[in-house]
Write a protein that binds this ligand. Sequence first.
Ligand code: PMP
Length: 287
Amino acid sequence: MARIAYVNGRYTPLSEAQVHVEDRGFQFADGVYEYWSVLGGKLADAEGHLDRLERSLSELRIQEPMSRAALLGVLRETVRRNRVREGSIYLQVTRGAARRDHPFPPPGVRPTVVAIARPADFSSMEAKARHGVAVLTQPDIRWGRCDIKTVGLLPNILAKQAAREAGANEAWLVDADGFVTEGSSTNAWIVDAEGRLRTRDLGANILRGITRKTLMALAAELQMTVLETPFTVAEAMSAKEAFFTAASAFITPVVKIDSVIIGDGHPGPISLRLRSLYFQRARKDAL
Ligand code: PMP
């Protein structure tokens, strides 16, 4: 079946889908994105990602391309036309196409909107999570507004590539003081000796992960303590458990950081339990 993309009001075969060569997303990374997992044909954490999209657009003063309801309609229709039951949907909104010039374009230039849905094999992801994955630490060389989900991901890409070349699944970014900020495309967590969850606070220069937020609500219901306090690489290496969260990875246990094995080298019980509970919750609440 031919895949279908949504581009500026039209559903088009993916192979023919195009944006302008002077799109500001292409020329300046002047755009934002969101990514939802699709579970049972529905969007996981739908509202949370829409909230963050609106915030990203507002922080960059990019016009909202349509109402929230209309946007959700586009996302669902793209999922439907691609017959995705298990997979993802990616949405990108840029400041639009205009003659290349650094300042914002004149009023009237419409944002570019693209949505792409893709099926995924969650069972192979599940198998990977059952074994746990390795992460590689890398210096965090990103700009100062990582709370905005922009398409300017070059430092993240370089870190992820370094991880993959080292045989690791993800890169954990480390700030100038030696504290882990987050992953290249995930939020970083540890379980400390007292069984408390720890992850970086939102005052830091990190993305406000939606999976992170849902997990926090889940942890509160389970009466688990969550500390939003920075941890060093050494603390992570000696933690009981480690894992990362993202819409694309759910909750993925980490069993190795650089060359150091975490715990007994197998995913910890807390990480696995949270992963399974997150799935149940996300599936039930999907829109
Ligand atoms: N941090 C970064 C840098 C990311 O790119 C992502 C995924 N987009 C996350 C964290 C996780 O966020 P979410 O749970 O909203 O997918």
